[in-house]
Design a protein around this ligand. Structure first.
Ligand SMILES: CC(C)(COP(=O)(O)OP(=O)(O)OC[C@H]1O[C@@H](n2cnc3c(N)ncnc32)[C@H](O)[C@@H]1OP(=O)(O)O)[C@@H](O)C(=O)NCCC(=O)NCCS
Length: 390
């Protein structure tokens, strides 16, 4: 702080730690992360156990409706999703224009498409619409986001979008809409594990962003678009493609140690390692390591060897920091094995996390209070005389 600065505050004088680390900013019944235990949950269920035993649609239902569905509820939810997946025909020319934009950034393009879908679908401030309409908005964006990702990808490649197949699950549909081919069941299984593992994860930056925007009374589209903006940063959602680039750069397991030491010497962060909350193991990384081992072939073996080396070197170079692989490390390996192109990794992450964002917006508005913290001004003491203009 400059010596001349006066400390003023419009809060109660307490400073939150940098990055709001560990500060409780809301009450939630959606889920939580227990960093020291390496445990996270969706509602009252262990998220890893849910992942092993349930479908993505069941977990989506759990988050939106508060309980796991029975057979009849599952069937009617599947119909609801299928209806909401259908893209209006007049959207395609707009998507075509977006897909041709240079320079091309798939996540920024998705963000723009979602903004358009929300506006075109008449999304309005949740203060002005009934709760069931907001729920419907949440179903629409959650169902259409993967369809938009796939359509934009195909248009970019000079192909026509593949309409969703109402008979396919969310994960199978996604692979089908990307490639136009019936997906391999093992790839569907692997992708579904990834998607479920990333639906929600405590008060991460994009979720917090979505809740801040929703707290102003903004429409749901604004909250999701803002959340995608937060997700776009490499410190949050942009790491999985960088992990594959890193693996390419390392090339072979025997080079991993020297590569890691050189990167740390330069002051670089190793992508796919470290986490704000997990100070032990990230349970998503352990799950996806298993999934990668099943579908990822030699890349998965290589990644596992590199992981072990990087964890050892980080332990030596950054003692006491407990830096382990996070969800992003194996995410890239799993998505790559399923045939998802690298540039679509973060949009694929967004296509499951949108369910979490929407759930949080629904919860935020149910007990809303405008989120408006304070900052401590530590610039030159005001008021200084304003110099006369030239
Ligand atoms: C995720 C992340 C942003 C969490 O950061 P954070 O909670 O703010 O952690 P900090 O910045 O306080 O880091 C603590 C220490 O560990 C180091 N560290 C953290 N993650 C690191 C990484 N991936 N590589 C190298 N060092 C790392 C920091 O440099 C810092 O060391 P220092 O105290 O000597 O300066 C951070 O671990 C990171 O940048 N990881 C790489 C990007 C990534 O994988 N993102 C996906 C997250 S799911």
């Amino acid at each position: 702080m400059p010596e001349t600065a006066q400390v003023t505050t419009n809060g109660d004088g307490r400073d939150a730690p940098a990055g709001l680390e560990g500060v409780v900013v809301a009450h939630t019944q959606i889920g939580d992360v227990r960093g020291l235990e390496g445990f996270y949950h969706y509602r009252q269920y262990d998220a890893i156990e849910l992942n092993r035993r349930r479908t993505l649609e069941d977990v989506w239902y759990l988050l939106f409706r508060g309980h796991l569905p029975d057979r009849a509820e599952r069937e009617s939810f599947a119909r609801e999703i299928a209806e909401h997946r259908v893209l209006p025909d007049d959207l395609v020319p707009f998507l075509r224009t977006l897909a041709a934009t240079e320079p091309y950034d798939p996540l920024a393009t998705l963000r723009t498409a979602i903004s358009f879908v929300a506006q075109r679908s008449g999304f309005r401030s949740w203060l002005d619409i009934p709760a069931d309409q907001l729920y419907d908005n949440a179903m629409l964006l959650s169902a259409q986001t993967p369809v938009l990702v796939a359509a934009l990808h195909r248009l970019r490649e000079g192909q026509l979008p593949v309409p969703p197949d109402p008979g396919l699950s969310a994960a199978a549909n996604y692979l089908y809409m990307l490639s136009g081919e019936r997906p391999d069941p093992q790839h569907v299984w692997a992708l579904e594990r990834y998607l479920i593992s990333t639906i929600d994860h405590g008060f991460n930056s994009s979720t917090f962003t979505a809740r801040v925007i929703a707290s102003t009374g903004a429409d749901l589209g604004a909250a999701v678009v803002g959340a995608i903006g937060a997700l776009s940063g490499p410190l949050h959602g942009g790491a999985p493609s960088r992990v594959l680039e890193m693996l390419d750069d390392i090339g072979s397991p025997d080079r991993a140690e020297a590569w890691t030491r050189a990167a740390l010497q330069r002051g670089d962060r190793i992508m796919g390692f470290g986490h704000r909350v997990y100070k032990g193991k990230d349970p998503r990384s352990a799950l996806l390591r298993e999934v990668a081992t099943t579908v990822g072939g030699s890349t998965a073996e290589f990644a596992a060897a590199v992981e072990d080396t990087i964890v050892r070197v980080l332990g030596e170079e950054k003692p006491g920091r407990a830096l382990n692989a996070n969800v992003e490390f194996y995410a890239g390996v799993v998505m790559d094995a399923c045939g998802i192109p690298r540039e679509e990794f973060t949009p694929t992450f967004a296509s499951s996390r949108v369910i979490g964002w929407c759930t949080h917006v629904l919860e935020q508005v149910a007990g809303n209070r405008l989120i408006r913290p304070a900052a401590r001004y530590d610039g030159q003491p005001p008021p200084q005389p304003v110099p006369a203009g030239d």
